[in-house]
Design a protein around this ligand. Structure first.
Ligand code: NI
Length: 159
């Protein structure tokens, strides 16, 4: 496994749409393992492949709660309910934070790293994280959705 370089604000790749994964081959598995390691290194709750420069529909999630670690390949939101207003950040925008409105609950279908179909009913932080990462696959960024007046730049020493 290896830590991959995270693409940051201003990198045009972050605005591009990712493509479906057609085959879960060795290269994809290596990418997934590297994404998990990279997410953990930077204490992220999620990471999309585009953030390490690969335009494939792959997301890794870890809310650090039991049973909330997921690999989502070609994820799709099939149901969405309610709203929650939440503080959000992104590994591609270090030290920037703001409040966004996300669904309170979503149902997602995807494939896992074994190619098995999975369905997740997600609430709270898990729903937020999954929606944030699926946005990345569409070239959408949380900074587009920040509620006016809630934007904050936090210097590392303030954290
Ligand atoms: Ni992000």
């Amino acid at each position: 496994m290896a830590i991959r370089r995270i693409r940051e604000e201003g990198d045009e790749i972050l605005r591009k749409k990712s493509k479906d994964v057609e085959e879960i081959d060795e290269k994809v598995i290596t990418l997934i393992n590297d994404m998990i390691e990279t997410m953990h290194k930077y204490n992220g709750v999620g990471l999309a492949a585009v953030q390490v420069g690969v335009l494939k529909k792959i997301v890794v999630i870890d809310t650090y709660e039991d049973g909330e670690q997921f690999v989502l390949i070609n994820p799709e939101i099939i149901k969405s309910k309610g709203t929650q207003t939440v503080e959000e950040g992104c590994l591609s925008f270090p030290n920037k934070f703001g409040k966004v409105v996300r669904p309170a609950e979503v149902v997602i279908k995807a494939l896992n790293e074994k190619g098995e179909k999975i369905k997740i009913i997600a609430k709270e932080l898990l729903a937020q994280a999954i929606c944030h990462e699926i946005d990345h696959l569409n070239g959408e960024l949380f900074i587009d959705k920040i509620i006016p007046g809630s934007f904050e730049i936090v210097k590392p020493e303030d954290k």
